[in-house]
Design a protein around this ligand. Structure first.
Ligand SMILES: Nc1ncnc2c1ncn2[C@@H]1O[C@H](COP(=O)(O)OP(=O)(O)O)[C@@H](O)[C@H]1O
Ligand SMILES: [Mg+2]
Length: 285
């Protein structure tokens, strides 16, 4: 069975998508893992990073995104939605990354998620609004070693559907004051949801992004995060604030290797590489 990891923070712009994509890439090239990225965020950032805008438009028209799954549910269509048909094989902009697949997201999810009934109607299929993905995903995800869930910065129905299949979660933060306020609410909410579904969703760690080693604020914030009792460990290494990372988000830039993408001499490459090893370590067994 795959390890399913949600990448989640209630704050936007903290590096969730960047981390999801990089982890997928490094798990693939450095560790030979088969990885499925599920883009649960209607902003479709990881989708666009991995397949580009044009391809996404075609798929969206053909309902081959997560919106197709939720529309099927909302309209109570017959039969089971074929989530496998949504899987885009071998995605990304790096030649050496050959084992990362994607289930794309869609802007349509914004409206759709409001229409998903919160409690079960007469239809026996709809046990809970948080079970939609779970019911369709099992046969699709069993082919992978890792499934990474790029979550939106909200705990709406789509995110809960992701948590429903997650074994653990990572919380990316920027170590400044505002970005770390979100850590406790996420821990509380996921714990509460985990209790409701009677399934453990393990807090795997806090991942530090856009780190500036010269910033006193960043270093002080990190210290307080590490010392906070009840918080999961702050994983090392930290991801530096790096132009390579920001530029590499463009699908239309093509790379041969991850060193080329994240910088030969910079620490971005080393940080992602080290973090991936950490994630493998804490999810093994
Ligand atoms: N370590 C980093 N250094 C520089 N830019 C970064 C870094 N991490 C993320 N970014 C940039 O910051 C923005 C937000 O990151 P993103 O991963 O999309 O966050 P989220 O998914 O949490 O909204 C993007 O433009 C991204 O390229
Ligand atoms: Mg994102």
């Amino acid at each position: 069975m795959p390890k399913v990891i949600a990448i989640i923070n209630l704050k936007g712009g903290v590096g969730k998508t960047t981390l999801t994509v990089a982890l997928a890439e490094f798990l693939s090239t450095h560790h030979g893992k088969r990885v499925l990225v599920m883009d649960l965020d209607p902003q479709t950032n990881s989708t666009i990073m991995l397949i580009g805008q044009e391809k996404w438009k075609q798929l969206n028209k053909r309902e081959l995104t997560l919106a197709g799954l939720f529309r099927h549910e909302v309209e109570d269509r017959k039969g089971r939605f074929d989530l496998g048909a949504c899987v885009q094989p071998q995605v990304g902009n790096v030649d050496s990354v050959t084992t990362v697949d994607l289930i794309p997201s869609s802007l349509d999810l914004i409206d759709l998620q409001d229409q998903i009934p919160p409690v079960s109607p007469a239809s026996y299929r709809l046990k809970s609004s948080a079970d939609v993905l779970w019911r369709s995903a099992s046969s699709v995800i069993e082919d992978y070693d890792y499934v990474l869930l790029d979550c939106p910065p909200a705990l709406g129905t789509v995110t809960l559907n992701g948590l429903r299949i997650a074994d653990g979660f990572l919380i990316p933060v920027i170590p400044d004051v505002l970005s770390t306020y979100g850590v406790k609410p996420i821990l509380d909410k996921v714990r509460e949801f985990s209790r409701r579904i009677e399934r453990r969703i393990k807090p795997l760690g806090i991942v530090v992004g856009r780190y500036k080693s010269i910033s006193n604020l960043h270093n002080a914030t990190l210290e307080s995060l590490s010392e906070h009792s009840g918080y999961p460990p702050v994983l090392a290494p930290f991801i530096p604030d790096s132009v390579h990372i920001a530029e590499a988000a463009n699908f239309h830039l093509k790379y041969t290797t991850l060193k080329q993408k994240y910088g030969y001499s910079g620490t971005a490459f080393d940080a992602f590489s080290g973090l991936t090893e950490q994630v493998l370590h804490i999810t093994k067994g």
